[in-house]
Design a protein around this ligand. Structure first.
Ligand code: R5P
Length: 315
């Protein structure tokens, strides 16, 4: 990361409360200190945001992934952006490595809200001028934004880790559903055209419950006596990965490794993942994993330097 002090430093970086650890790492990579915000929570849980630093005519960056609790994190983000704009910030770049509500990007059944569109409109109305996102659930999501958006991916980071851990030999890449096939093809290319395949997953549109039915693996041949690297954009309940791993084991798979960008870890995900037939689970720090959600099979890779590099491109 190269920043030449004395020539260009017109930037301030702020953090909401969702992932301060990541914001600090990004600031460190940029060689600057996190700037001050006053975030006061009233007894009724409403928040009051105040910008302490002077930001007049400055380019400001706000780091705030909007995972659980998505509503609170979004509101906080809107208020931070609004406070920065009202304090005279020239532009506000929002680093949202996890975008809450991204799985509600279109109408699945008549009568539903397009929740993602609502929060994006609110973000733009609050004054955000640019967004940096990571591994969006679908590439079409970027089109919902009217402000500039950089859509980064953790796949190159995963490819490096897979090589470092020497996991390629006699292994097959597997997506747990058809929606992830683009992701798996990119990773396959990054790893010298590794064989890949895909599971077939059915989701109940009312309850959200899933069923993993079969394995489509033309490209990969058989998974019998092979290692499998499962790749997905997020783990929420953990059901997709655990059921997928169980199906793969029933087909004679040897070791299963998992690479997932966003560790949402809702309900008892961490417990069922630790107890699953998976060897190791690699995630990124796009979402903060608190100490109580860490488990022995988990390893967290940092996206901080990748984000810092992207911020630096448009300073
Ligand atoms: C769905 O299409 C996503 O790519 C993930 O597979 C899914 O959101 C994971 O959810 P869960 O961990 O609750 O199965």
């Amino acid at each position: 990361m190269s920043i030449v002090w004395g020539t260009i430093t017109f930037m301030k970086i702020f953090s909401g409360t969702a992932n301060i650890a990541l914001a600090k790492k990004i600031a460190e990579s940029l060689n600057i200190e996190l700037s001050q915000l006053e975030i006061h929570v009233f007894p009724d849980q409403e928040k009051r945001i105040r910008v302490v630093d002077v930001v007049l005519e400055e380019h400001c960056v706000v780091v705030q992934p909007t995972a659980t609790p998505a509503d609170q994190n979004y509101m906080e983000l809107f208020f931070i952006v609004d406070a920065l704009k009202r304090s005279g910030a020239k532009a506000v770049t929002v680093v949202m490595p996890y975008l809450g509500y991204q799985r509600q990007d279109h109408i699945f059944r008549d009568g539903e809200a397009v929740s993602l569109e609502v929060v994006v409109k609110a973000l733009e109305a609050s004054g955000a001028s640019r967004v940096i996102a990571l591994d969006l659930h679908s590439i079409k999501i970027a089109e919902i934004f009217n402000v500039a958006i950089s859509h980064l991916s953790a796949l190159p980071l995963f490819a490096r880790q897979i090589q470092k851990e020497n996991l390629i030999k006699n292994a097959v890449l597997i997506s747990p559903d058809m929606g992830g096939i683009r992701r798996i093809k990119i990773l396959s290319e990054l790893l010298g055209n590794m064989p890949y395949g895909c599971l077939v997953k059915d989701r109940d549109l009312v309850t959200g419950g899933i069923e993993i039915k079969e394995l489509e693996i033309e490209e990969a041949g058989s998974v019998k006596n092979k290692d499998v690297i499962m790749v997905d954009d997020m783990i929420s309940s953990g059901g997709t990965i655990v059921k997928g791993a169980e199906l793969l084991k029933s087909k004679g798979t040897r070791n299963i490794y998992v690479f997932v960008t966003h560790p949402i870890f809702s309900q008892n995900a961490t417990v069922i993942l630790q107890e699953s037939p998976v060897e190791k689970i690699f995630v990124t720090d796009s979402v903060l994993v608190t100490a109580d959600k860490k488990f022995p099979k988990l390893e967290i890779l940092s996206i901080a330097s990748m984000i810092a590099e992207e911020i630096n491109k448009n300073r």
